[in-house]
Design a protein around this ligand. Sequence first.
Ligand code: GLN
Length: 207
Amino acid sequence: MPAPARLAGEAPIGVLALQGDFREHADVLRALGAEVVLVRRPEELALVGGLVIPGGESSVMDKLARMFGLFEPLSDAVAAGLPVYGTCAGLIMLADTVLDGITGQQSIGGLDIVVRRNAFGSQAASFETELDVSGLAGGPMHAAFIRAPVVETVGPAATALARLADGRCVAVEQGSLLGTSFHPEITGDYRFHEYFLRRVAAAAFRR
Ligand code: GLN
């Protein structure tokens, strides 16, 4: 199989770099051969053929996106079909509905899901587990959850890709959007990033 970066073609992959663990995502994408652009401004967003929104703190990311004039361009890009992969806080940013957000918290939306922030409470705020992910060959994925959200409702337009043993959904896709409650960028298993790069290539998104 050709390397994902070859599949991804010419367009670089953006990583939203306002806040959170954007460096880890950039490292993974580069290790997979992609050219990476750190996105902090609309001009940078305009260069990319796909975008990763990292983990971090969604309420802060939302505020910074608005402050940096990126919120509308991000919404427009999602609406135009830009492939976007959100992890953890990034998943929250892509959810149409966010529960337990701070007052005034907004999300870009695009995924027909209801997400609850910090869904595991203080007892199990962070944990790791094995997950079967539909569509990912190679066996279960070791997944790290850090003050993670869960997808409480998967709307009709979205598809659940992975669930915890108790049935709660922690990975979804819908059209060009992909989201996980967990952090594949820190566990050394890059199948989700490879999957995303193949989707970017398939979408052959061109501005
Ligand atoms: N709890 C964070 C939020 O609400 C997400 C945590 C993470 O991205 N690891 O944005």
